[in-house]
Design a protein around this ligand. Structure first.
Ligand SMILES: Nc1ncnc2c1ncn2[C@@H]1O[C@H](COP(=O)(O)OP(=O)(O)OP(=O)(O)O)[C@@H](O)[C@H]1O
Length: 254
């Protein structure tokens, strides 16, 4: 069997006396789109922070493509091929859309901020930045300040920044939160296209998005995965209906 892209073994996280992640086991397969769902406060963002190295685990083990990354620094994990977005939009509002993407590319390539004045000479990087802007459909806004973009476009830019490093594993935290139905549809299409051939781990509350995007879903409740399966399996799981989805809201053939 192929090595999992991500594997969490009995991961726990305490904040003081409170245990928030209570024993997390999760396997994200190579090339799958895997969604994490669960009630507010279940620990979804905390789990993202643990995987990406922002928080240290209290105990347990996290492996990326079979390599132990437990408590490794975030930039090292990023260089090993994992990139993530945050629940709150993370862009530089006073830089242009193009500069935001180029900055992410330069960081990835290990350039120092002090050489920004030389950036215009870096033709290859500029070309790559334009390529990413095309993929996220923001080419026409390249020279606008990121602050003037609509909220949905800012989130698209953030996805562009996330994929700029060429990571194989992309983690997106609530990428469609606060969007209209139409914006959500566009965001889902964008996520599908930019994660083609990659592994996606996504936290999302919008069940339409989850069931449209995910190959498999894991349900996180009180810091533990209570079920993992295909969208149909998860939808029809009585434990999941009880803890999260609600019986009335779910149509099940099983
Ligand atoms: N740095 C921290 N210090 C103390 N408690 C924290 C910290 N970060 C998160 N928590 C607590 O951990 C719990 C889980 O929070 P988390 O944000 O991971 O949940 P979530 O499932 O992502 O919720 P939501 O769906 O609302 O975003 C919450 O009770 C939160 O208050």
């Amino acid at each position: 069997m192929a090595t999992a892209a991500l594997k969490l073994d009995n991961v726990k996280k305490n904040f003081g006396d409170s245990q928030i992640i209570t024993g997390l086991d999760l396997e994200v397969l190579q090339g799958e789109r895997h969604a994490i769902i669960g009630p507010n406060g279940a620990g979804k963002s905390t789990m993202f922070h643990l995987i990406s190295g922002l928080y240290e685990v209290s105990s347990g083990k996290i492996a990326l493509n079979g390599r132990n990354i437990t408590n490794m620094a975030p930039h090292k994990i990023n260089r090993l091929g994992l990139a993530r977005s945050f629940q709150i939009t993370n862009i530089f509002p006073n830089m242009t859309v193009f500069q935001n993407v180029r900055c992410a590319l330069l960081w990835t390539k290990g350039y120092k901020y002090s050489i920004w004045h030389l950036c215009d000479r870096l033709k290859k990087v500029n070309a790559q930045a334009h390529e990413i802007l095309e993929r996220i459909k923001l080419s026409s806004m390249a020279n606008e300040k990121a602050a003037v973009l609509s909220y949905a476009d800012q989130r698209a830019l953030e996805i562009g920044i996330t994929i700029a490093c060429g990571a194989d594993i992309i983690m997106l935290d609530e990428p469609t939160a606060g969007m209209s139905n139409q914006e959500t549809t566009q965001a889902v299409a964008l996520i599908k296209s930019v994660t083609e051939g990659k592994t996606l781990l996504i936290v999302e509350h919008d069940m339409g998005v989850v069931f449209d995007l995910a190959d498999r879903i894991s349900v996180l409740v009180y810091g533990k995965i209570i079920a993992t399966g295909t969208p149909d399996e998860v939808r029809c799981d009585p434990k999941v209906q009880e803890a999260y989805l609600g019986k009335e809201a779910v149509e099940c053939s099983a």
